[in-house]
Ligand binder design. Sequence first.
Ligand SMILES: [Fe+2]
Length: 242
Amino acid sequence: MRYAIFSDVHANLEALEVVLDHLAGVDIGRYFFVGDIVGYGADPSACIRLLASLGAVMVCGNHDWAVSGDLTTDYFNEAAAAAVEWTKERLSSSEKKFLHGLALVQEESDFCLVHGTLDHPEAFDYMTDRHRAAKTFYTLKKSICFVGHLHQAGIFAETSDGVVGIPASGSKKLDKRERYIVNVGSVGQPRDGDPRACFCIFDGADRTLEFQRLDYDVKRAADKIRAAGLPQTLASRLYAGR
Ligand SMILES: [Fe+2]
């Protein structure tokens, strides 16, 4: 069975619709979402509705829990904190309740999902280096851990030589003897210099990962952010993919 695994939509409806339209045309058995439905973008309600209707297995991101009131924004930068406040004012109590109800970790038979790191999911740390990856491998009871949060696709492998980083693009066949942490990148606010929406398709039968990028209407998403009165930098960064 093929799984669509994606993350960090950040209320970018234009990017989400393009990705879901594409996925509807390919053979996808199940959908998995690795956190941050809301925050930064101008369409939080529509994105919550779409993801909820998809029946996706989901975990919470730090922005989801900041908006639901479960997490302080003390360590958020100014634009991110402003976007959290903006989003809070626009979501209904049932939408906030939905965000509040998202789990920190989801486990399937062969893999698990967490937004940041598995050793302290509630801390929303970034999976930036081999040391962070090693801590997650120590906690991991499955063969693969899918993560988001960094907004950059990437892979760490636990090999006989230790933990190594592997570039994530195109198609990758996973070795059955090794375990992996896979960052699936970001649909709605990529930060790897490529503005296109990023997501991943995982084939559970032959253990193949496929990283995909899709163009979407960046101008429309950015114009909506400006018109909404959200911080302007949140619009301009979409063009740069930063
Ligand atoms: Fe995020």
